[in-house]
Write a protein that binds this ligand. Structure first.
Ligand SMILES: Nc1ncnc2c1ncn2[C@@H]1O[C@H](COP(=O)(O)OP(=O)(O)OP(=O)(O)O)[C@@H](O)[C@H]1O
Length: 304
């Protein structure tokens, strides 16, 4: 059977694996340097330029370029070990690439300053749940406002004026986000007592309360039931529609990705092999080969 008759809609890759953590020092470039292309840069929320990354002898990313328009839902897909998590970790400054740079809005970075990520308008969720399980849902979400706190530590302990106002403001915003994501009825539950699907949604709430321009979602539907995935997809779309947030997500469930994304970039062995609309990706021979590991055949049955 020719490889082109396979459908990507039905494919799912295996379980994710952790990416480890190699924290590097920040090295921001001044805006407009490093040969950043100037054309149409204003309309881009984020761009990667020639990103390469390796770990010792292991190549994770090779010369990856990526342009993501403001307000778009962009999925990054690829087989296990293709480099998806590495890419998100370069975007969020957890990893420093060996080559290339990242543009966030008009500013270019050799290494994205991860400690300033929230103030750059970027929020992320993680492959594995990273909630404070012993805290209430609302307190977990309030933690997503930490970067906005200006009051002193002593002020917070003593509940002084500014600290009190900041706390009330964060609580109100968290309450609005919980309502938006249909989580208000569990706001006072301990996060660790919620079903897994709801905990993933609380993570989304915590990212969203930071009011990011760019939301990085690392496998937001991992481990969910089909119903929970459908709900999460609806919420992600609603976030984009309501807040005009640019969403970049890694997801293994290709069916969900095809439904949800405006565009999809495909990685294989660290290289970007395709980048297009769901229909373009569905019909792309290289993508089909990457997922199925089969050699394409021409009409004569010869390898191409
Ligand atoms: N911290 C690390 N140390 C060493 N090698 C790493 C590290 N992180 C990633 N790699 C390697 O880089 C390559 C890309 O891994 P990465 O986790 O980015 O792929 P992925 O597409 O996210 O995979 P998966 O779908 O399985 O999560 C793999 O060969 C992986 O083993």
């Amino acid at each position: 059977m020719p490889a082109a008759t396979y459908s990507l809609d039905v494919l799912e890759t295996g379980a994710p694996q952790g990416a480890g953590a190699r924290i590097a020092r920040p090295l921001p470039l001044p805006s407009g340097k490093a040969g950043v292309p100037q054309q149409s840069e204003e309309t881009l929320a984020l761009a990667l330029h020639g990103i390469s990354l390796s770990f010792g002898g292991v190549t994770a990313l090779v010369d990856v370029d990526l342009s993501i328009a403001a307000g778009e839902i962009r999925a990054i897909i690829g087989p296990n070990g293709a480099g998806k998590s590495s890419l998100i970790n370069v975007i969020s400054g957890v990893y420093r690439s060996d080559r290339g740079h990242v543009s966030i809005g008009p500013d270019a970075y050799r290494h994205v300053p991860t400690e300033r990520l929230a103030s750059l308008g970027v929020a992320r969720t993680f492959q594995n749940l990273a909630l404070f399980k012993g805290l209430s849902v609302i307190d977990n979400v309030i933690a997503g406002r930490a970067h906005t706190v200006r009051s002193s530590f002593a002020g917070q302990i003593l509940g002084l004026g500014r600290a009190r106002r900041e706390e009330a403001d964060a609580r109100e915003r968290a309450g609005r986000v919980l309502e938006f994501l249909h989580l208000d009825h569990v706001g006072h539950r301990l996060a660790g007592t919620l079903p897994y699907g709801l905990q993933k949604r609380v993570e989304l709430a915590r990212a969203l309360v930071a009011e990011p321009k760019i939301l990085l979602l690392d496998e937001p539907m991992a481990g969910m039931t089909a119903g929970e995935k459908a709900d999460m997809a609806e919420f992600i779309r609603a976030v984009r529609d309501r807040y005009q947030t640019t969403v970049i997500l890694i997801e293994h469930d290709i069916g969900v990705v095809m439904q949800l994304s405006d565009r999809i970039a495909v990685l294989d062995y660290g290289r970007k092999i395709a980048d297009g609309t769901p229909d373009e990706i569905r019909a792309d021979q290289r993508v089909i080969e990457a997922y199925l590991g089969v050699a394409a055949e021409n009409e004569d049955g010869e390898g191409i």
